[in-house]
Design a protein around this ligand. Structure first.
Ligand code: LLP
Length: 862
């Protein structure tokens, strides 16, 4: 019994930053002790060299200023000894002498690989020796062991001499006697080195960069450990690189194959080679954050239930594509064999492959020998003998990783669309159905990952609601949960349930919320005039509320104009702006007759209808050549958009206006809807102000609407302060124009909810669906833009037993889905009242009577 207990091991690995400071060593000691006492396990701690040391040793291997570098390393380690209150001579005397000796010996001139491996090993030998002495000085029962005595390097077929010494693999077979032999060491806790192993010739070999993870994994596998813990400076593996995608989610649980794929395709947290040994031995791995040891991290093991879906998206830069065009005949036998033979000869391993009848394109990962040698040139020369070669570099490989990629293709249409704007050189789907990779030019990859990540979540391809797999976002871990306003309706449930009794589907609007948003915008000092874009929601009570708050109204059709004056007969036409698109001539005539401000966005109208515009004062809507917004379909600038006068026609417009004695008193640009970047509007103002002088009499600059609202649970409230700061700054630079805005969504979206009744709950092929009495007929946004709206069961508010449902409507279209994979009470049943949140903008206005279903009712809450 005692023996069995003595052989339970937990392996902990710490990287360079964790061994370079005294307080971190205290953490190491504390964690090791905790594992030993709480789990009654023996502990093996595997450490890297102090940060930066391996780089210095590498420079020594390269023969750069050997003496100077050795002296600096000696000094640095002695100083750290002193910081740890240890005597440098007693603790490190011998080791430092060994380093100095190595640097002087005759091999330092030829610098053979065996010598380089020994040099590189010194970093870990020093850090582990220091650490063991320190932990013992703190009263912990720590022993030290030389990893080279225990870990054996193996040679792989076709391996270069360089890789066979400086990037070795660890012996794969598990030796049943290993654990017993290792356990003989008396101390309960042991400290050893990462990165180094014993070469077949008895000398030293190293695992290559990131090799300490491999060491820990090999020890864990050979010891049949309870667990291998990889301690790093990030909380675990994420669904994307958090530095590039702050909304990336912590991956709480992965299986070995997925973790392997993620580590291989991008994440630097765990070395890809380290997973194999643990996987074969069935040893779980955990990635944890030394700075935040209480976070749960990422656990990798075999017990996780397979959850289909994209788990991560990654980007690798520095990928090289080699495109090879056969110069022989179609279906030339042996072509592939010939070219792959050459890759083998140059020691290059091929990653992705795409092939056609006459062309084969392959990718090479950025590997150390690609950078450090001219192997590529040599390869190209050899290849030129058998085919036409083109090397395309630098490229970026963007990879989606997850189980069941093939079954997800239908969810990926917007992901394809996001790529559609870049030139894709190669698409490759792995045969294990775990990854899908796109290779594009490196420059095109900038800024793409956040878009793709958001798209994957929105389409449901990345199932972030599954909390067994997806943890909090990086942003949330760093800054806490997003500070969001509590929605008005959460306190109004009884009133809403009562309204639902009068019949559903029914939109309900809260006027206090409209007032609140209106005041927040009106408070902005730089803004001189606000128009409300009534297309978002023309409900009379909303128009009244906003005009009382001082807003003018922006209309896009004669119908909207007539509605405005029917609702508010007293309203001065000066408070109304008409911004039509491809409207018939008579609507312009009617607008001029009403006395409202008319915006024109093309020069053709001046040529065709000169008398209509002669002598008038108008505003000119421009297309600044770019669009933005939450979806392609709502971007109203740039080549694909029908709106606005292109800048190329600006002079022609001015000439024609001049001939017709037209006065342009305002410049206008509305480039899209749901724009997240608060800097957008200041740039629009700057662009228009830069053009205003030329137009002569411009008094107003209208920078459009487009302000976003946070629809998804992890979206932040729009950064109104940053928006205001930008406007203040730019207004100060061009103070002589009146700054005009014309938002719609921001004022009303969060003020509205759509109430529906459940009609049927159905299970089909394992998919559970909640059907409602309206769908895309009442709320078109999910079907049209894949828009996300929160969906809640008001009748079972406190019911915590939830499951994922598709929420669908009664329309005869497969696209009639209000929400994918929504967590709702499992007991959801016929006649429950469902609330669809944030539907005050572009909800009722886009509703239709498709399938001859009646339009929703509307109610106001004062
Ligand atoms: N000004 C003009 C000229 C516009 O065309 C629009 C909206 C706005 C202002 C107001 O934009 P907002 O502040 O609401 O973003 N149906 C889509 C939105 C289409 C917006 C059309 N134009 C949706 O549901 O997302």
């Amino acid at each position: 019994m005692l023996v069995a207990q003595a052989q339970r091991w937990v392996v902990l690995k710490f990287g360079g930053t964790s061994v370079s400071r005294r307080n971190r060593w205290d953490t190491i000691g504390r964690l090791a002790l905790k594992r030993m006492s709480e789990e009654d396990a023996r502990v093996l701690v595997v450490v890297s060299a102090m940060s930066g040391v391996t780089n210095e040793l590498q420079a020594i291997c390269d023969g750069n200023d050997i003496d100077g570098r050795v002296a600096a390393l000696v000094e640095r380690h002695r100083a750290f000894c002193a910081e740890l209150e240890l005597d440098p001579d007693t603790v490190l005397g011998e080791r430092l002498a060994a380093l100095q000796e190595l640097a002087r010996e005759p091999r330092s001139r030829g610098r053979p690989l065996s010598w380089q491996a020994e040099i590189l090993a010194q970093g870990e030998l020093l850090s582990s020796t220091l650490g063991a002495a320190y932990l013992c000085s703190q009263g912990l029962d720590f022993g030290w062991c030389d990893a080279r005595q225990w870990l054996e390097a193996v040679e792989l077929p076709n391996q270069s001499a360089w890789a066979g010494r400086l990037s070795v693999n660890c012996k794969r077979e598990i030796d049943p006697d290993f654990a017993a032999g290792f356990a003989v060491q008396p101390a309960r806790m042991l400290l050893s080195q990462g990165f180094i192993a014993r070469h077949a010739d008895g000398g030293t070999a190293v695992f290559g960069r990131g090799g300490s993870d491999t060491s820990a994994a090999c020890f864990g596998a050979l010891l049949g450990a309870q667990r291998v813990e990889i301690w790093t400076d990030v909380p675990g593996m994420f669904s994307a690189n958090p530095r590039e995608v702050p909304d990336a989610r912590l991956l709480a649980r992965l299986d070995y194959a997925e973790a392997q794929e993620i580590a291989t395709t991008g994440a630097k947290v765990l070395h890809p080679r380290s997973i194999g040994p643990c996987r074969r031995a069935g040893v779980p791995m955990t990635i944890l954050d030394t700075g935040r040891p209480d976070l749960p991290g990422t656990r990798i093991d075999a017990t996780v239930a397979a959850v289909p879906g994209v788990k991560a998206i990654s980007r690798r830069n520095g990928v090289v594509l080699v495109s090879m065009e056969s110069i022989g005949m179609w279906q030339q036998v042996g072509f592939l064999a010939d070219i792959f033979e050459l890759f083998k000869r140059h020691g290059l391993s091929v990653d992705l492959i795409g092939s056609s009848e006459t062309n084969v394109t392959i990718s090479l990962d950025p590997s150390e020998n690609l950078v450090t040698s001219n192997v590529l040139e040599a390869l190209a020369t050899d290849l030129a003998e058998v085919c036409r070669v083109k090397v395309i570099a630098p490229c970026a490989a963007i990879t989606l990783v997850g189980r069941g990629m093939r079954s997800l293709l239908h969810r990926l249409s917007d992901v394809w669309a996001t790529f559609g704007r870049e030139r894709v050189h190669l698409i490759s789907q792995s045969s294990n159905d775990l990854n899908l990779t796109f290779v594009i030019d490196e420059v095109d990859a900038d800024g793409l990952l956040p878009l793709l990540h958001a798209e994957l979540i929105r389409s449901g391809a990345m199932p972030v609601l599954d909390t067994a797999v997806f943890g909090p976002s990086w942003r949330e871990i760093e800054h806490g949960k997003p500070q969001r306003r509590v929605p008005w309706w959460s306190a109004a449930r009884p009133a809403l349930l009562e309204r639902a009794c009068a019949g559903t589907p029914r939109y309900v609007y809260d006027l206090d919320t409209v007032r609140d948003r209106a005041r927040a915008l009106a408070e902005t000092a730089a803004v001189d005039r606000c128009f409300y874009a009534i297309k978002a929601n023309p409900h009379p009570a909303i128009l009244r509320t906003l005009t009382i708050e001082g807003f003018g109204l922006e209309c896009v059709s004669l119908g909207e104009l007539e509605h405005v004056f029917a609702t508010l007969p007293e309203l001065s036409p000066q408070r109304v702006l008409f911004t039509p698109s491809f409207a018939p001539r008579r609507e312009y005539e009617a607008a001029f007759a009403l006395g409202v401000t008319v915006t024109l966005d093309n020069v053709e109208a001046l040529h065709r209808w000169p008398e209509l515009f002669r002598g008038r004062t108008i505003w000119l809507r421009l297309d600044l050549g770019r669009g933005d917004g939450h979806h392609e379909k709502v971007r109203t600038g740039g080549i694909a958009a029908k709106f606005g006068l292109p800048l190329a026609k600006f002079d022609e417009f001015l000439d024609r206006a001049h001939q017709l004695d037209i006065r342009i008193s305002g410049l206008h640009a509305h480039l899209g809807s749901g724009i997240e970047d608060p800097r957008h509007w200041r740039e629009v103002y700057a662009n228009l102000a830069g053009l205003a002088d030329e137009a002569g009499n411009v008094e107003s600059i209208d920078i459009g609407g487009g302000l976003p609202v946070p629809y998804t649970p992890d979206a932040q409230d729009f950064d109104l302060a940053a928006w205001r700061d930008g406007l203040d700054e730019i207004k100060a630079a061009y103070p002589r124009y009146a700054l005009v805005i014309e938002p719609g969504r921001y004022l009303v979206a969060e003020a509205g909810v759509l109430l529906l009744s459940v009609t049927q709950v159905v299970e089909k092929d394992g998919v559970h669906r909640v059907g409602c009495d309206a769908g895309m007929n009442a709320l078109l946004r999910p079907a049209m833009y894949d828009a996300w709206h929160g969906i809640h069961n008001l009748s079972r508010w406190d019911d915590s037993d939830a499951r994922a449902f598709e929420v669908v409507g009664p329309i005869c279209e497969t696209g009639d889905v209000l929400g994918h994979s929504r967590l709702l009470p499992s007991a959801t049943a016929e006649d429950d009242v469902m609330l669809v949140a944030d539907t005050g903008a572009y909800g009722m206005t886009m509703a239709n009577t498709y399938n001859l279903r009646a339009l929703p009712a509307e109610d106001i809450i004062e």
